[in-house]
Design a protein around this ligand. Sequence first.
Ligand SMILES: [Zn+2]
Length: 69
Amino acid sequence: MNKQWTIGKIKEFVENNSESKLLTTEYHGFSQKLLFKCTCGSNFEKTFKKFKNNNQRKCDVCQPPKAAR
Ligand SMILES: [Zn+2]
């Protein structure tokens, strides 16, 4: 029942569900790291799985990987 993601759908998801922008133009699967542009202007890499399922929708500066504090 896996939804088939295409780069177009991912781009749409990114635009609708985050303030980041998708820079990657090809999608090869969940294990691929995609390049995003954060609202702060930094580029960051993340798999779409993490972006979507773990709510990691900003760069590591704006949203550190672990809630350390
Ligand atoms: Zn940022």
